[in-house]
Design a protein around this ligand. Structure first.
Ligand SMILES: Nc1ncnc2c1ncn2[C@@H]1O[C@H](COP(=O)(O)OP(=O)(O)OP(=O)(O)O)[C@@H](O)[C@H]1O
Ligand SMILES: [Mg+2]
Length: 139
């Protein structure tokens, strides 16, 4: 039986640090798409692209400097976790956007695409937002 911490290190994980610039949204999308395809999870690429676009756009708006983190993990066999970290300790709040609202829909979209499986981990110098997608059951 491998030691638990060794097992944790063996978890598939990929991450990228990006500047707080609008171009980083597309860069995050490309990174996540390429990694999912490498894992053979092409079916998740579209939903993951929406999620990572919304989360990185939110991180951009924090006005943080240095770098935001974009990561992909597979915490369990059937789950892909998208992570976006920034240097702000302000918590994201899912809004109830009215029909005429032009904003306030991003997290609601993440909530819908993940069936509510998303969350935030507060860190000493920022936070990480995660969103989980279920992998298709192999036939
Ligand atoms: N990374 C973040 N850091 C700090 N606050 C955040 C972060 N993400 C979201 N928020 C807060 O949560 C609110 C809701 O985010 P959400 O993405 O749902 O809507 P929005 O970004 O305001 O509009 P839209 O995504 O539709 O353009 C934001 O207005 C912001 O106040
Ligand atoms: Mg948003």
């Amino acid at each position: 039986m491998p030691h638990a911490s060794l097992e944790a290190h063996a978890l598939p994980y990929a991450s990228l640090l990006l500047p707080y610039q609008p171009e980083s949204v597309a860069a995050a999308r490309r990174f996540v798409g390429a990694q999912l395809r490498e894992w053979g999870l092409d079916d998740l690429v579209d939903d993951a692209a929406v999620i990572v676009s919304e989360l990185t756009t939110n991180s951009l708006r924090t006005g943080c400097r240095t770098r935001m983190l974009v990561g992909l993990r597979r915490p369990a066999g059937h789950i892909v976790r998208i992570l976006v970290g920034d240097g702000s300790r302000t918590m994201p709040v899912m809004l109830q956007a009215g029909p005429d609202a032009t904003s306030g829909r991003g997290l609601a979209m993440v909530h819908r695409l993940t069936h509510g499986r998303w969350g935030v981990t507060l860190l000493p110098h920022g936070k990480v937002v995660h969103a989980d997608l279920a992998t298709p059951i192999p036939r």
